[in-house]
Design a protein around this ligand. Sequence first.
Ligand code: SF4
Ligand code: SF4
Length: 103
Amino acid sequence: MFNSYLENTLRYYKDKCINCKRCTEVCPHGVFVEGVANAELVHPTRCMECGACALNCPVQAIEVQSGVGCAWAMINAALRGKDMDSGECSCGGDTGSCCGELK
Ligand code: SF4
Ligand code: SF4
């Protein structure tokens, strides 16, 4: 079964986190939540690789390749006036994937 966290490019290095909470504020999908000492990565499969968290993290605790994957495919399809079947995402829209139903 497709596992979008394993196949998407989001990577979180918790030991680097200084708990500034920026990622929890900017993520549009609630991928991160506030923790006691560090941000907690709670819904990695919701990540659409927009890149906002990594851009706002002051200590590079998050890495993600924006411009690839589902988010890019959706933007690309919209710009071209085509549906997702013609996009570049390969997740297949499985439940739990970034194109599938949110858990
Ligand atoms: S890349 Fe975007 S969707 Fe993914 S965790 Fe970061 S802010 Fe959230
Ligand atoms: S933006 Fe970076 S340092 Fe701030 S809470 Fe998120 S992971 Fe931690």
